[in-house]
Design a protein around this ligand. Structure first.
Ligand SMILES: Nc1ncnc2c1ncn2[C@@H]1O[C@H](COP(=O)(O)OP(=O)(O)OP(=O)(O)O)[C@@H](O)[C@H]1O
Ligand SMILES: [Mg+2]
Length: 260
């Protein structure tokens, strides 16, 4: 068994709703092994995004963490200082979301926004950073990196923006990328390209990836491990091969049936 990079232990999160407290995550335990892709799957509202956000302590205000630990290389992030968290967010842990337009600021160029990450999370000087921005844009398969760096987010197509966001996510040399539905807004061909890109980056940069998705096709193409959630509870986990070929839990079976 490879060592785990992240371990969620006994995480319980609740939200106050008009008629009482609702449990969003129910004593969730999750391991993200090093150098592999762990897929977190489950239906809408099952708690996938919340699980990704709690790792970075970025929960919406309405959600209350009741108990648990988030161990990152053994360090409990739930007890980390603000300074340490800022090092980790965008540095040791990068994020990719469904909608890059939400992640980028519309009034700054792509290059400027990647440079912000490099300034905070690397020791590179200005000239080295300029070179690195072009390397990153090239690494994620964007044509004409010089022009891309000068472009503003709205000037890129959806697929290009997603690549640019991935470039930004890897700029701080993270060990882990949390990718929340990274391809849901793209058409099928572009989805396949982004999957290939993630696989390439995982190997070249020695990354671990937490892939949040309800696309079991993507899981089959990318994931080494699968964790299945329903209603805030983790109901099944295993290697992608085992879970996809012989799902044990009835909910996983339902997810598989829905795909056919
Ligand atoms: N800001 C919030 N305020 C109130 N309830 C919230 C908030 N964020 C999440 N929840 C509740 O927490 C539960 C889990 O939400 P979460 O976004 O983690 O689900 P998800 O599995 O990512 O769903 P989806 O597949 O639709 O993205 C949902 O029932 C949701 O109603
Ligand atoms: Mg979600």
């Amino acid at each position: 068994m490879p060592t785990s990079l992240v371990q969620l232990e006994n995480i319980t999160i609740t939200v106050w709703e008009g008629d009482g407290r609702k449990v969003v995550l129910n004593r969730a335990n999750l391991e993200i092994p090093e150098l592999s892709v762990t897929a977190l799957v489950g239906g809408s509202g099952s708690g996938k995004t919340t699980t990704g956000l709690v790792i970075l302590r970025l929960l919406p205000l309405a959600l209350k963490l009741q108990s648990g630990k988030v161990l990152f290389n053994g360090e409990n992030l739930l007890e980390a200082s603000g300074v340490r968290l800022r090092q980790i967010r965008g540095g040791e842990i990068g994020m990719v979301f469904q909608e890059p337009l939400d992640a980028f600021n519309p009034v700054f160029s792509i290059g400027y926004q990647i440079d912000e990450v490099l300034q905070v999370h690397t020791d590179l000087n200005r000239i080295q950073r300029q070179k690195r921005i072009l390397e990153l844009l090239d690494l994620v398969g964007l044509p004409d990196p010089k022009r891309m760096a000068r472009d503003y987010p709205h000037q890129l197509s959806g697929g290009m923006r997603q690549r640019a966001m991935i470039a930004q996510a890897i700029a701080g040399n993270p060990k882990l990328i949390i990718a929340d539905e990274p391809t849901s807004n793209l058409d099928v061909t572009l989805q396949a390209h982004i999957i290939e890109l993630f696989k390439k980056l995982k190997d070249e940069l020695k990354l671990s990836i937490l892939l949040i998705t309800h696309d079991l096709g993507m899981v089959a193409h990318m994931a080494d491990h699968v964790v299945v959630m329903t209603q805030g509870k983790i109901v099944e986990r295993g290697t992608a091969k085992d879970v996809l070929s012989s799902p044990k839990h009835s909910y996983t079976q339902e997810l598989m049936d829905a795909l056919l």
